[in-house]
Design a protein around this ligand. Structure first.
Ligand SMILES: Cc1ncc(COP(=O)(O)O)c(C=O)c1O
Length: 964
């Protein structure tokens, strides 16, 4: 380790003031640059932006007087290496003819050196940092280390405040400037313990020149949408020191950003390790260095404000620096070190439980009943997990059949999760909870010393602490007990936690930190006979790999790292870790996930009978009657199938049978299904990029009648005239369409209403030539629009054939075609129809129950009222966030369209994808739709509440405000 710094080197003097005019004059005189100069903020230098009409923007950097010319030349060399080797932009310095880059200046009797650097256009990082941004920060830090690994500039080595090797001495010097004694003491404490961890391996740490301040403020991004950093600036802290210090500095700078928690920030460590694998010593020391860095940042800010009170830059940063300190010390150092170990693919060894005597000597395994609070627990059905008293009730319930109820160690308790929570739930138990009927003795598993703490009786045994919450003990503090000796008695709840001595752990932690906490928390389950093994951690990545190996990958999945969903309840989804997501997407689940009435009706029907509709039974009749009642005259005849695709397929066959012609007209940007016929009329290039080129010859298309886009955006009424003209043209050419198919409101296009009168005109023209008008109500029909049960009502028309599915089945495979008796008869004359499961007793009961629930729970009215409220909230967001161009739709079929420019309507496609990714992190499932994938398709279960509408709007507001 190099010598400790002198005080003067640590606390640099404030440089003399330089006016922008003086800076401009320096640039002109010495570099021949004619430009205006604008002051930029800096901790210790004087920086100026040079702007001229003809050249690129440049930076005049007048270094602090304490910085030597040699150091500046090293910085210039480092910038050149970075731009050559690190795959990023870097501020190369303008060289004088002799190859040097630094100019000696004397200002107010003070000698300083100035350089002119390339100014890297782009923004530094602010607001939320997405996963790719965080990962790129880690990768950039690694590439920087590799690029500078052979930089050799001995005369540029120096003792320097931000060199983590000197952090201890630096802190000793800076801490007196922290006026608040509590903060000062906290800084001293956290730094002291971190520093001792650093010292353990300091001698093994590789050393080289590093950037020294590769932070959110010192990278730039040229891409304002993804904000992936692609440039490194400000090499003013370049120094030869511990290589790993760079990563500690980089990661610390991420920790104050909105939505960047420890697990998120650690992605930078994983990304770094992939490019430049950390040594074991480096991995061990990373977090301690990060803590030391955080403490130094806070102390230094106080120091700068004392010596340079006008330094707004330092004042503005102080909140961030305190946030970094809080995050860096949010978990004990050993837990943070375990997090780093896991992030870099190292095994994190859990604390072992020493063998001992029984804790509850009177208890046998068969006397124990498990209280299952896991996300798949059968006792938590029907939303019971949301009841405040559920844990106590379930525990008490278990006591009916056992002496003790036990809630497992390591279980992610769904009972701890809440709706609309933007954070990961704090739900993984770091101890065992028992409920004991009647007073019972508790014994010491190991010999040790007893103490009373606010958390319960503590038995310290060598390196292990046993915490027994809820135990009454007559022993005095300091009493020594033998293994097997009684420590007290318990009645009611007993909480058992086994920890590394001296560590305090919460009872519950988030899943992302649970494995790391095991470094200091042992599995207490083994102390309880009959305690089942801790539930296996759900491994989303492994399941995904298995899916990819066996399941055709054209069957895509949402999100690159999808959560494993295990439960649904109303408009909420629950993953295997008990995280609850607001489901804004599942229009199929019209009455809500896991609806108890549907569950009961299906179970009953399965128990009675399920067969095909060639048998005679009541439900298929009743359901068909109910469907026929829902549509206007003359529609009165029903076919039952298993999906929307089948319904559309059959509808098209009806059209072909009716007209005797195969030609069909459909609209662009549409999706109608995947069977041969329904796929043939699907034209959306978002669903199938080749859709328009690969249509069979019998499919004819007309442009999407989009009132806000396309060729008639200023006069949407003309779309109908064009479509009628096309029908006439086709008829004249001998291929009059036998059917016209369209969604009655552009669901696939994001809930966009068709221009007024569009369907009336087109239906009229197609019928005039003997064709049928087919309404695809698969997405938009069945009450979702609020105001109307069917989309065709909004257009004031009655189609000849209605295809319906999705909402009618709540996720069970079910679809229907409703038409006239005459059309159905014409089809019978030339064709055949049988569907093994279509209209089965179970499917029919599903259909009937869904209709009953929609009626009894007034879900269409709810779609109108809450959907209207949500649309209002989204429109209000649009007044503050220009990205929301317009909010389409009605009821629970809404489509906020995201645009870069409201005048041109340029779609914000990448933004929409990134916004969906961030929403998911905030517990909201949303996805893009439309040919430009720039519309959020908001079509939730129809039981969606006002609170859920607020949660969705608030989350979107947060993303649009703090970034994606
Ligand atoms: C408008 C429309 N029609 C038909 C279908 C096909 O329905 P299914 O997926 O049930 O086959 C879909 C499915 O997304 C749809 O959105």
């Amino acid at each position: 380790m190099s010598a400790d710094p002198t005080p003067g080197a640590v606390t640099q003097p404030a440089p003399p003031e330089i006016s922008p005019d003086a800076a401009a004059a320096i640039a002109r005189e010495h570099w021949g640059i004619v430009a205006t100069a604008r002051t930029l903020g800096s901790h210790q230098d004087r920086n100026f932006l040079l702007e001229s009409d003809d050249g690129p923007r440049l930076l005049l950097k007048v270094a602090n007087p304490s910085v030597s010319a040699a150091e500046l030349e090293a910085q210039s060399a480092a910038a050149a290496l970075l731009s050559e080797r690190a795959g990023c932009r870097a501020p190369r310095a303008r060289a004088f003819p002799d190859g040097t880059t630094a100019l000696r200046l004397e200002i107010d009797g003070v000698v300083m050196h100035a350089r002119v650097l390339e100014f890297l256009e782009g923004a530094t990082l602010s607001g939320h940092l997405s996963r790719p941004v965080v990962e790129e920060m880690g990768s950039l830090a690694a590439r920087t280390a590799l690029a500078l690994s052979d930089l050799d500039a001995p005369e540029a080595e120096r003792v320097h405040q931000w060199d983590l090797r000197h952090a201890r001495a630096v802190l000793d010097e800076l801490l007196p400037f922290v006026a608040d004694p509590a903060l000062r003491e906290r800084l001293a404490d956290v730094a002291a313990s971190a520093w001792s961890a650093v010292e353990e391996v300091a001698a093994e740490l590789p050393v080289q020149f590093i950037h020294g301040d590769l932070t959110d403020d010192n990278v730039v991004t040229g891409d304002p949408v993804t904000r992936i950093p692609d440039g490194v600036i400000d090499l003013g802290d370049l120094n030869r020191t511990w290589t790993v210090g760079e990563l500690a500095i980089t990661v610390s700078s991420l920790l104050h950003h909105d939505g960047v928690d420890l697990a998120h920030a650690l992605r930078a460590v994983t990304a770094y390790d992939r490019v430049r694998p950390l040594t074991d010593a480096e991995a061990a020391v990373l977090w301690p260095l990060l803590v030391v860095r955080a403490a130094t940042l806070v102390a230094s800010a106080h120091h700068v404000l004392e010596t340079d009170p006008g330094n707004d830059y330092a004042a503005g940063n102080l909140d961030h620096e305190l946030a970094i300190l809080d995050a860096a010390t949010a978990v004990p150092l050993e837990v943070a070190r375990a997090l780093v170990a896991v992030a870099t693919g190292r095994a994190a060894d859990p604390l072992p439980l020493p063998p001992g005597q029984p804790l509850l000597p009177w208890l046998a395994g068969e006397d124990v009943a498990v209280a299952d609070f896991s996300p798949t627990s059968p006792v938590l059905h029907e939303g019971r997990w949301l009841e405040d008293s559920v844990e106590a009730d379930v525990m008490s319930g278990c006591l009916g059949s056992a002496r003790v109820a036990v809630a497992r160690f390591g279980e992610a308790r769904l009972t701890r999760s809440r709706l609309h929570d933007p954070e990961e739930p704090c739900n993984v138990a770091l101890g065992v909870e028992l409920r004991v009927d009647g007073p019972q003795p508790v014994a010491a598993p190991w010999a040790g010393t007893v103490a009373t703490t606010p958390h319960g009786v503590l038995l310290r045994s060598g390196e292990i602490d046993l915490v027994l919450g809820g135990v009454r003990s007559a022993l005095r503090d300091g009493s020594v007990v033998d293994a097997g000796e009684l420590v007290g008695e318990v009645e009611g709840t007993l909480w058992v936690q086994v920890l590394k001595a001296g560590v305090q752990a919460p009872r519950f932690v988030p899943r992302s930190l649970a494995a790391a906490w095991r470094a200091v928390v042992a599995d207490a389950g083994e102390l309880v006979p009959g305690h089942p093994d801790s539930p296996q951690e759900p491994r989303a990545e492994q399941l995904l790999a298995r899916r990819e190996a066996v399941y055709a990958d054209v069957q895509e999945h949402y999100f690159p790292e999808p959560p494993v969903m295990v439960r649904g309840w109303r408009e909420h989804l629950v993953d295997a870790d008990g995280r609850v997501y607001l489901d804004t997407l599942n229009n199929v689940t019209s009455i809500g996930h896991a609806h108890p009435r549907l569950v009961a009706a299906v179970a009953e029907q399965w128990s009675l009978l399920n067969t095909n509709s060639r048998f005679h039974y009541a439900s298929v009749v009743e359901f068909s009657e109910r469907l026929a009642e829902l549509v206007p005259d003359p529609l009165d005849t029903v076919f039952l199938v298993n999906s929307g695709s089948e319904a559309v397929d059959l509808a098209l066959r009806l059209g072909q049978a009716w007209s005797g012609r195969t030609d069909v007209l459909s609209v662009e940007e549409a999706y109608h299904g995947w069977t041969y016929l329904s796929d043939a009329v699907s034209t959306s290039v978002a669903d199938n990029p080749a859709a328009l080129e690969t249509r069979p010859a019998w499919v004819h298309t007309v442009p999407a009648p989009h009132p806000l886009r396309g060729r008639h955006r200023d006069e949407p009424g003309r779309y109908a005239a064009d479509a009628v003209a096309e029908i006439e043209r086709l008829a004249a050419a001998g291929s009059a369409p036998g059917a016209f198919i369209a969604e009655t409101l552009f669901g696939n296009g994001g809930g966009v209403a068709l221009p007024e009168g569009y369907l009336a005109a087109v239906y009229g023209a197609v019928r005039a030539h003997g064709g049928l008008a087919i309404a695809d109500e698969v997405q938009v029909g069945y009450g979702r629009l609020g105001e109307w049960f069917w989309g065709f009502e909004q257009q004031g028309v009655v189609p000849d054939v209605v295809a319906v599915a999705k909402a009618m089945d709540n996720g069970h495979p079910l679809g229907a075609v409703i038409t006239t008796r005459e059309i159905a008869e014409r089809y019978r004359a030339g064709g055949y129809f049988f569907s093994s499961a279509g209209g089965s007793p179970v499917s029919s009961v599903v259909g009937l129950t869904v209709l009953d629930v929609i009626r009894d729970e007034r879900l269409q009215e709810n779609a109108r009222d809450v959907g209207g409220y949500l649309k209002g909230r989204l429109e209000e967001l649009g007044e503050r966030h220009p990205l929301i161009g317009v909010v389409h739709g009605s009821g629970f079929y809404l489509g906020p369209e995201l645009v870069r420019d409201r005048v041109t309507g340029e779609p914000a496609t990448t933004e929409t994808a990134l916004i969906c990714a961030r929403l998911r992190d905030l517990g909201v499932i949303a996805q893009p739709t439309g040919d430009h994938q720039n519309i959020l398709k908001i079509k939730p279960p129809m039981c969606f509440t006002r609170a859920s509408a607020d949660a969705l709007a608030d989350a979107l507001d947060r993303v649009l405000t703090t970034g994606w």
